[in-house]
Design a protein around this ligand. Structure first.
Ligand SMILES: [Zn+2]
Length: 598
């Protein structure tokens, strides 16, 4: 058995958002070939059941219809045939996220997990892929961007592509449409960014900055032997944010105006966020794409796959994403410290950090982190944000306790050399840290990874010339990272998050033990009046400033269509907003320079 599987994908009906997918198997299972669609996509730990988007399925052989039965939610079986068998699917594609597939008259995008079934039992065979053009007039001027290896297709063209096996096939997202393409090299390796749609972007600057970020990561971990190309696929709509990592590419979403215009020289907050996203997804090409938890080696895409290590893969990647920006000089030290202050703030503002450890959050990502309910703020901690702060603490601890001899960089280099080709065992990372540093880190990991207490950030930052400061929040738009401008901060809080929804002000989260919860507010309640006066989200902050701890108020809400009057007692606002400042001590400044590379 060595004839490659032949896949063909065609934007058959862009108006109805339907792809036609044909899969021909040269030597089907004599018992009847089974085909299976993945239930999830690597990098996004939630069951998505991609087979549900299959609108119609049939099989044929030698021009004759072959009986095709459904075995379960994701699998089909064709009747036995002694020649090649072709599975034909119609697949609905209208999910415009990095995890989905999307087709309309303006473009096509797909992940292989959404459109390509696996040939069960023959997943190791090579796959030839024909990406076919839609029927004119749709598709005029469209180009194809994917990291899949070309065979008969021209550069950025429709036609033949190839993957070594099914796992590789579904690791190459494809964008088809009017594309703005920028190309650059990193250590002699061809890199490109393909942006969907019409953009007025400073492509030269963008390529220069991406190259700078990528080079920074190569200098840390070295270039993987099989990294011979890399592609950033970017969808830049009016607003949005997201990314998904792959071995030779990443799919990204950011707001159109976050990208630098020609003539811009500043790094705006929004562009800094975009650079952090790019840096994050690129770092993953080492950390989680090639170096994986043993539980993902190989991926079982039919069901949830549990690991307590997502904090290592997402948290450490989140630590290095912004760190690479400051180390490479794309952002200043002050700008970096602002980002860290914001991350601390976002962790402090979630009561879930007191109830769930990052190890538990990793393990239960499938049903908790990815399926947040109304209580998530109280019950779920992010293994991204808290994970990145654990990585920060670990890095600073290693540096200060070994007198600068060992850092997290050394641990990551050793982890990469050890597990780039074999899965990392569940206890592997913690043991490696102790081994590389010679330190006893058991208490540290028990407290930070399996515990729910405060992280030792203040003391560790101090050893590196950074002061950790806390203050009260100035209001809903205050993300932290900076000192208060005028020091006039509200002295009380509601203990709830509000959002404007359809012209209404709605309680989206209610914090355990806060004034709103004690008064009886429930998530989903619509806020109507405070002390007899109408109140909405825009006026809430100004009104809040007039109260002091211990004051009593009457709050009127709608719960569903029932009017509810609640008695509330205001409480002191917590110091949940962090900012960091440079401390001038020559020793600590030298350590800070060794850490941040300035
Ligand atoms: Zn990530």
């Amino acid at each position: 058995m060595s004839t490659p599987h032949r896949y063909r994908i065609w934007p058959a009906d862009p108006g109805a958002h339907l792809f036609e997918v044909r899969l021909t198997v040269a030597e089907p299972d004599p018992e009847g070939q089974v085909f299976e669609m993945p239930a999830w996509i690597p990098g996004s730990y939630m069951i998505r059941d991609y087979a549900k988007h299959v609108v119609a399925a049939r099989a044929e052989s030698d021009g004759r219809e072959v009986e095709l039965g459904k075995l379960d939610k994701s699998r089909w079986q064709a009747a036995p045939c002694d020649r090649e068998v072709t599975l034909v699917l119609e697949v609905f594609a209208y999910d415009d996220s990095v995890r989905g597939a999307h087709l309309d008259a303006t473009h096509a995008f797909f992940n292989g997990t959404c459109v390509f079934p696996a040939v069960v039992g023959q997943e190791d065979l090579a796959c030839e892929v024909d990406i076919a053009a839609p029927e004119l007039p749709i598709g005029k001027g469209w180009r194809v961007a994917t990291s899949m290896r070309r065979t008969t297709a021209g550069e950025y063209g429709f036609g033949g592509y190839r993957a070594d096996n099914y796992a590789e096939l579904i690791d190459h997202p494809v964008e088809i449409g009017e594309l703005s393409i920028g190309e650059f090299e990193v250590g002699g390796i061809a890199h490109a960014i393909a942006i969907r749609g019409k953009t007025k972007v400073d492509m030269a600057r963008l390529c220069h900055d991406l190259q700078t970020v990528c080079e920074q990561h190569h200098s840390l971990l070295g270039t993987p032997a099989d990294l011979d190309r890399y592609l950033f696929l970017l969808n830049a709509p009016g607003s949005g944010y997201g990314g998904l990592e792959h071995c030779w590419s990443s799919a990204l979403v950011c707001g159109r105006d976050n990208l630098p215009a020609r003539g811009d020289e500043e790094v705006s907050d929004e562009y800094r966020t975009f650079l952090g996203l790019v840096s994050h997804e690129y770092f993953h090409l080492w950390n989680v794409k090639r170096m994986k938890p043993a539980a993902f080696t190989p991926y079982d895409l039919s069901q949830e796959t549990h690991t307590g290590l997502l904090w290592v893969y997402e948290g450490i990647t989140s630590y290095y994403d912004d760190l690479a920006l400051v180390r490479s000089g794309l952002i200043t030290v002050d700008s970096y410290l602002e980002l860290v202050g914001r991350t601390v703030t976002s962790v402090l503002r979630g009561g879930g950090r007191r109830r769930q450890s990052v190890e538990a959050s990793s393990f239960d990502a499938w049903t908790k982190f990815y399926k947040r309910d109304a209580n998530a703020v109280n019950a779920v901690v992010s293994y991204y944000t808290k994970g990145s702060l654990i990585a920060l603490c670990l890095d600073l601890k290693l540096r200060s306790e070994t007198d600068g001899r060992v850092s997290l960089d050394d641990v990551m280099r050793e982890a990469w050399s050890r597990w780039s080709a074999a899965g990392m065992p569940e206890d592997g990372f913690e043991k490696l840290c102790a081994e590389v540093s010679g330190l006893d880190l058991e208490d540290f990991f028990n407290a930070t990874v399996r515990g729910t207490g405060a992280l030792p950030l203040e003391a560790l930052l101090k050893t590196h010339g950074v002061e950790y400061r806390l203050r009260r929040s100035a209001g809903g738009k205050d993300k932290g990272g900076k000192a208060s401008k005028d020091g006039k901060l509200p002295s009380v809080w509601l203990g709830a998050n509000l959002a404007a929804r359809g012209g209404k002000t709605v309680f989206t989260a209610v914090h355990n033990g806060g004034p709103a919860e004690l008064a009886g507010v429930a998530p989903g309640d619509e806020m109507l009046a405070l002390d007899g006066l109408r109140i909405d989200i825009s006026g809430c902050e100004a009104r809040t400033r007039r109260y002091r701890p211990g004051d009593r108020s009457e709050l009127v809400v709608f719960r569903g269509d029932e009017l509810v009057t609640l008695r509330m007692r205001w409480a002191k606002a917590p110091e949940d907003t962090c900012y960091l400042e440079l401390a001038e001590s020559p020793d600590a400044a030298a350590r800070r320079e060794a850490w941040l590379g300035h």
